[in-house]
Design a binder for this molecule. Structure first.
Ligand code: FAD
Ligand code: SIN
Length: 535
């Protein structure tokens, strides 16, 4: 049987908010392939809770949203990108509403625009539009329905992109991206997807840590593929830890939305004493880096496994109306949040750095774009403000779609691309190596490259990741690929990039906190890593 080759105008790798928005914003004369490595909606977008930050209230202002973002970003946000993003926020929300996203309205509201807005850390106004506590699900399902109505868009689920195809990798002049090799999980074969434009929309890399709020898809595949293809990456040392993930042996990765704190929930110690006011005047609504570090500090000081988030002082109906899913999930696990504080711990949540792009989502490689959590646009600086991520996904997906539509649709030069060759490899008989290395990587990243870092811990992590890199690269050359092996290979690459970036930053800023360099240096600088095959 010959392996199929697919030919499209645009290949979108990833079907979260970023990938689906881009596909829907291109005109219908583009033939588009969109890939998901799991089920179509299995990605961070589907699990987003709090909402989307946007300036929608007459008492709010663009200036205020811009300032809040800059403050949370601890001096590293790119101002022009922050302005660009915030200014698009009302249009993006209108577009979602037109597509059918059903955001919560103010009680009793009849008009179109009277949405209920909630508050989260770092925001000085109520500006987070939401669908109860399951905003991502509402957006993901609505956009997925819209995709299915477009006959120019073909969806490929359970197709895992392995690597990008670049002209120079196959012996041609130039470095333009020509498509990608993709593993079809059903057949186990690698297929070739050729396209004039390729978009990485693969989400973040929080799965590099042992404890994370993210689904399993967040293994940094796009970041690793882009690095191998010659793209620069930036600010990967800024890994955001969400302060409040449920601490329960039966609950994997369940987030307790920051919107609870926005609506008055308090963080308390095991003896029920509040503590956040000791760390920051904004207390529970300080930016995430500060809250996560305060919790980490108190847990280490007291030697306790978790602290608690208490919203039980609010009326039971209010809690059930605003947070129906969190209420239900906790109740299933025996925690009635209307009467009992919720046990919580911080967990890896968001990758602030990523593939370096310009304002149109363009990367260093011609014809290759990166959008959403896999990208680095400069919006988040050293710490992303709550609910700015979904906004970024959709703003830059729109910008990239517009940019693609201004380029020639058909390329004059289409070099021949070889098919994937696995004739020299055999089936693995050593799968234990993959699972062992996987656990080891995530554990030392948690212990040595977590909320609080030191030079020694980072060097230790560096030595370990180099060993794993050698082992897995040998394994990759000798055995037939599987999705676990691909993810492990990508996680190791991204872990190495995170560690290298963290070692270079000799200061504590935003999410990067190190005991050896506790102060802020003058003159904020991005950490940009350049791949060996750059340019
Ligand atoms: P994702 O939604 O993660 O989608 C990635 C896609 O890429 C998936 O389809 C996946 O299958 C595909 N993919 C990955 N690798 C490959 C590969 N190799 N081949 C093929 N396909 C691949 N942000 C907010 O702004 N507001 C919130 O309220 C909010 N709440 C959150 C709650 C949780 C629990 C989590 C985890 C995150 C939350 N965030 C929130 C962050 C936000 O949801 C994400 O940053 C955002 O959804 C990322 O969207 P994306 O399109 O970039 O990637
Ligand atoms: C949350 O609901 O707390 C997550 C919001 C975000 O990550 O932006």
């Amino acid at each position: 049987m010959t392996t199929p080759t697919h030919l499209f105008d645009v290949l979108v790798i990833g079907s979260g908010a970023a990938g689906m928005t881009l596909a829907l914003q291109l005109t219908r004369d583009y033939r588009i392939a969109i890939l998901s490595k799991d089920e179509p909606n299995e990605g961070s977008t589907y699990y987003a809770q709090g909402g989307v930050a946007a300036v929608l209230d007459e008492y709010d202002s663009m200036e205020s949203h811009i300032q809040d973002t800059l403050i949370a970003g601890a001096g590293l946000c790119h101002q022009e990108i922050v302005k660009f993003t915030v200014k698009q926020s009302p249009q993006i929300i209108n577009w979602l509403v037109e597509k059918g996203v059903n955001f919560d309205k103010e009680p009793g509201a009849t008009g179109n625009n009277q949405f209920h807005l909630t508050k989260e850390g770092g925001h000085s106004h109520r500006r987070v539009i939401h669908a109860a506590d399951a905003t991502g699900k509402e957006i993901a399902l609505t956009l997925y329905d819209a995709l299915n109505e477009n006959s120019n868009i073909s969806f490929f689920k359970q197709f895992v992109a392995v690597d990008l195809v670049n002209a120079h990798n196959i012996g041609h002049k130039g470095n333009e991206c020509l498509g990608a090799y993709v593993l079809n999980l059903e057949t186990g074969k690698v297929e070739l997807f050729r396209a004039n434009y390729v978009i990485i929309a693969t989400g973040g890399a929080s799965k590099v840590y042992l404890y994370t709020s993210n689904p399993d898809t967040a293994s940094g595949d796009g970041i690793a593929m882009a690095w191998r293809a010659g793209c620069r990456v930036a600010n990967l040392e800024f890994n955001q830890f969400h302060p409040t993930c449920l601490y329960h042996p039966e609950a994997k990765s369940f987030l307790i939305s920051e919107a609870l704190r926005g609506e008055g929930a308090k963080l308390v110690l095991p003896d029920r004493k509040e503590f956040m006011h000791r760390f920051d005047a904004r207390a529970e609504l300080a930016p995430r880096d500060i809250v996560a570090r305060a919790i980490d500090h108190e847990m280490k000081r007291l030697g306790c496994d978790c602290v608690y988030l208490d919203i039980s002082h609010k009326p039971s109906k209010f809690i059930k109306d605003h947070f129906p899913n969190i209420y239900a999930r906790c109740f299933e696990l025996g925690i009635d949040i209307t009467t009992t504080p919720i046990p919580i711990v911080p967990a890896a949540h968001y990758t602030c750095g990523g593939i370096l792009t310009d304002i149109n989502g363009k990367t260093d490689v011609p014809n290759l774009y990166a959008i959403g959590e896999s990208s680095f646009t400069g919006l988040h600086g050293a710490n992303r403000m709550a609910s700015n991520s979904l906004l970024e996904c959709m703003v830059f997906a729109s910008a990239a779609a517009k940019h693609i539509m201004m380029q020639p649709k058909v390329k004059s030069h289409m070099p021949k691309v070889p098919m994937w060759d696995d004739s020299q490899v055999t089936n693995s008989i050593e799968d234990i190596t993959i699972s062992h290395n996987w656990d080891e990587l995530r554990r030392f990243m948690w212990d040595y490259v977590g909320i609080v870092r030191t030079d020694k811990r980072l060097q230790r992590a560096r030595r370990r990741v180099q060993l794993l890199q050698q082992e897995v690269s040998e394994y990759y050359s000798n055995y037939r690929i599987s999705s676990d092996l691909l993810e492990l290979r990508n996680l190791i690459t991204v872990a190495d990039l995170i560690i290298q970036s963290a070692i270079r930053r000799k200061e504590s800023r935003g999410l990067h906190f190190t005991l050896d360099h506790p102060n802020l240096l003058e003159g904020a600088k991005d950490t940009v890593l350049i791949p060996p095959n750059f340019g």
